[in-house]
Unconditional design. Structure first.
Lengths: 408, 366
């Protein structure tokens, strides 16, 4: 009897659950991306891009409709902006599927974005694994420029753009990574930078491209310079630099690649390296052989030693090497060019930004036993006197040569 | 309440894990990090060693009385009125601690699943199964724990593997955090596992002989120390200090951080079933132990009648604090004080029983 009663109760829990508190997918408005810009009177301009349910049906009415629904409101915070949306959006606002939060460069430079990051991390509406970035243009312009031609949905476009291995901004683009860096490193960190390609800037850059540009690496642009011919398009390229939680500068494409190497991303990617005489170029595909070895000595002036081992192959050489010396000399030149670029970046962080934006402090901490000692050392000030030494070793394969046979 | 059957060492260990899991996985890492920073993993490791040592000491003292139950032993060792009063105080401390734990865990459930309803509503759905589980008795409770445990272990394994890309050894530095003194103080001056040990002694009537009690207890203490150590290390490796200090519910935050490809993300709704199971089993064991103590104090035949009353008290105590923050504050104070209370009570009762040569328990085998 008791078993029957228990079985009846269990059955009732399934059968009588009903759908009183259910929410249909159709009853919600899903925010795919949020943009935060500087507003008037200390307010924020909060832009929401909504997913537009595709597949026709009553809402589409069988006609072609614009697949983006972008709304901008002025409010003190993202959440109060969402509250305002409730006054004119018929559906319930849902941020569980939000992929991206973009902060405008103007806001980042003027007020910083730390309070927004804290808001996002400490509430459950947004997931900590969403992407965050700085946009050189206003968020509404950025969202309008996102054209998911290869992707069916805009959310997939954002997901693919930020998680691509070839560029791999992923680790730096996660919300919690940015928040962690902002808290731990005293507000010195970098955040992925998105620009909308600007025809004028592209034109200027094109005049130097590729041979006249005074650089060892031909492809070295900032986000809005990427030479895309045609309509302006969103480009993820480089980083925004934050010091004391305010944006103070940007890192370009090549600097972004060095960040990627220092963060132990195995696939470094394709490079277009100019020959020393700048007459032609070689294409190389590089990978990390081992994780870079970073040693930090914490004396009166910190000494940071970085050893990078790369392995790669030529994918196009532009011209034939005359002999093995010629070949060796080019590989040596390439290594020293990498060294120079890395040193330039590190020197920039020290002299121009005066802050450890790349997180060498994590390594320096290991030299101390207690938090108190680490605080007393005052890494933030000491970093301004840091000395760097960089050693890059590149091991190139010839055509058809197996990596392991070459390395014995 | 125990159905008359005796349980073996494995079930005893599971019972111990059952009691400790909710606290050690869901609450303790945050407390430890807020005390000593990201060297909390060292504290947990030392606490584990201390808990094993403490268990062996108490097991040796308790040897002649296994099978008697703490409540009965207290009454016999300290005479009826004094022992009864002490049992009643122990029950009160248990209920306050249980009430706070209930509130913390229910808040976590509410945050995860149903933010639109009140805490009392969610609490009701936790306490009804607790009531049923406690009424069904000790063995049913152990059986339910046996079902839940593999899923709990699996969820911890999945979290630790999925978070591997986020591990940063730099997060553990400086290695001694707030200092060696603070680490040693937190590890050794606040005894770990005394609460669970007291339960185990209270329920020892259902454990057969001393061997079962000792082996089961040792496995339980060892396993929970290991789990807790691994989980705290994962937390400290994944979340840098001082951010780790600010996350109130580490298990939830860590699960939210998981994003391994398109499929392995948004794990919290999946593991919430496991956490709910752990919470229900832990609270129902607490209720059974408290009922057993009241039974011993009052001299009634069965303790089942106390169960609905105890569940109601836990509910009422749990909803008293105004906010989750207040609950954490009260819980922290209660935990810090009750460590000394429990260890004091256990040692006082055992030493008095030894000195007064209290009659040995029935299950003791020379």
């Amino acid at each position: 009897m008791r078993r029957k009663l228990l079985a009846a109760l269990l059955a009732a829990s399934v059968l009588l659950s009903g759908c009183n508190m259910s929410t249909e997918v159709n009853d919600k408005a899903y925010v795919i991306a949020v943009g935060v810009d500087k507003g008037s009177n200390g307010l924020l301009k909060v832009t929401f891009m909504f997913a537009y349910p595709s597949g026709g049906g009553d809402e589409a009415g069988g006609e072609k409709v614009d697949e983006k629904d972008i709304v901008t409101v002025e409010a003190p915070s993202i959440y109060s902006g969402m509250r305002l949306l409730d006054t004119f959006k018929s559906k319930r606002i849902d941020t569980n599927h939000t992929k991206l939060v973009a902060f405008s460069q103007e806001l980042a430079e003027d007020r910083g974005v730390f309070s927004q990051l804290t808001d996002l991390v400490n509430t459950r509406g947004f997931r900590p694994s969403i992407y965050v970035c700085v946009t050189q243009e206003s968020p509404s312009k950025l969202f309008n420029s996102m054209e998911p031609k290869q992707d069916v949905f805009i959310e997939k476009f954002i997901e693919h753009l930020f998680s691509k291995v070839a560029y791999n901004a992923t680790s730096r683009a996660y919300l919690y990574n940015n928040y962690f860096s902002a808290v731990v490193e005293d507000g010195s960190y970098i955040m992925p930078l998105v620009g909308v390609t600007d025809k004028e800037k592209v034109k200027e850059a094109a005049e130097d491209y590729p041979y006249k540009k005074p650089d060892d690496f031909a492809l070295n642009y900032t986000a809005d310079e990427v030479p895309l011919h045609g309509d302006g398009s969103a480009a993820l390229c480089g980083y925004g630099v934050f010091v004391d939680n305010k944006m103070v500068g940007t890192l370009g494409m090549m600097e972004g690649t060095i960040v990627k190497i220092l963060e132990k991303n195995k696939n470094v990617g394709q490079f277009c390296v100019l020959y020393p005489d700048r007459d032609s170029y070689a294409n190389v595909n590089l990978q990390l052989t081992n994780a870079p070895i970073v040693t930090v000595k914490t004396g009166d002036a910190p000494e940071i030693d970085i050893r990078i081992q790369l392995w790669g192959e030529f994918t196009g050489i532009g011209r034939t090497f005359r002999n093995s010396e010629d070949y060796e000399s080019f590989v040596g030149y390439m290594s020293s060019a990498f060294e120079r670029k890395t040193e330039e970046l590190l020197e920039r962080t020290r002299a121009e930004f005066g802050a450890d934006i790349l997180g060498f402090g994590d390594k320096a901490k290991a030299n101390f036993l207690r938090y108190r000692e680490w605080k007393d050392y005052n890494w933030k000030e000491k970093y301004k006197d840091a000395r760097f030494s960089v050693h890059v070793e590149i091991d190139m394969n010839d055509y058809g040569e197996l990596r392991f046979s070459q390395r014995k | 309440m125990n159905g008359g059957k005796k349980i073996g060492p494995a079930s005893t260990a599971i019972l111990f894990l059952n009691l400790a899991m909710a606290k050690y996985l869901m609450v303790l890492p945050h407390f430890m990090v807020s005390e000593v920073g990201n060297s909390a993993w060292i504290v947990i490791f030392l606490k584990g060693l201390a808990a094993i040592g403490l268990f062996l000491l108490i097991a040796a003292l308790y040897k002649p009385y296994v099978g008697m139950g703490l409540g009965e032993l207290t009454r016999r060792a300290l005479t009826s009125p004094l022992g009864g009063a002490l049992n009643f105080i122990i029950v009160c401390v248990m209920l306050v601690r249980g009430g706070m734990l209930f509130r913390i865990l229910t808040e976590a459930l509410q945050t995860l699943e149903t933010d639109t309803v009140t805490i009392e509503y969610v609490g009701l759905f936790v306490l009804i199964p607790v009531l049923i589980c406690a009424l069904k008795g000790f063995n049913a409770n152990v059986n339910a724990s046996i079902l839940i445990l593999p899923f709990t272990v699996l969820s911890v394994v999945i979290i630790s593997v999925a978070l591997a890309p986020h591990y940063e050894v730099g997060n553990l530095m400086p290695i001694f955090g707030e200092g060696e003194g603070k680490i040693l103080e937190t590890a050794f001056l606040r005894f770990g596992g005394t609460f669970e040990l007291m339960y185990l002694m209270t329920l020892s009537r259902s454990m057969g002989d001393y061997k079962t009690f000792k082996r089961g207890g040792l496995i339980g203490v060892g396993a929970i120390s290991l789990f807790s150590f691994i989980f705290t290390l994962i937390y400290c490796l994944s979340v840098p200090y001082p951010v780790s200090k600010n996350f109130f519910f580490p298990l939830y935050q860590l699960t939210r951080m998981i994003k391994a490809g398109s499929f392995l993300q948004r794990m919290e709704p999946t593991v919430i079933f496991v956490w709910t199971g752990v919470i229900i089993c832990g609270l129902s064991t607490l209720v059974i132990a408290a009922a057993e103590l009241l039974k011993n104090t009052s001299g009634t035949k069965g303790g089942g009648g106390f169960v609905p009353l105890l569940v109601m008290i836990i509910f009422l105590v749990g909803v008293l604090p105004r906010s989750e923050l207040d609950t954490y504050g009260i819980y922290k104070v209660v935990v810090n004080i009750s460590h000394y209370f429990y260890i004091g009570v256990i040692l006082a009762v055992l030493l008095t029983a030894r000195l007064r040569k209290v009659e040995r328990g029935l299950a003791y085998e020379a």
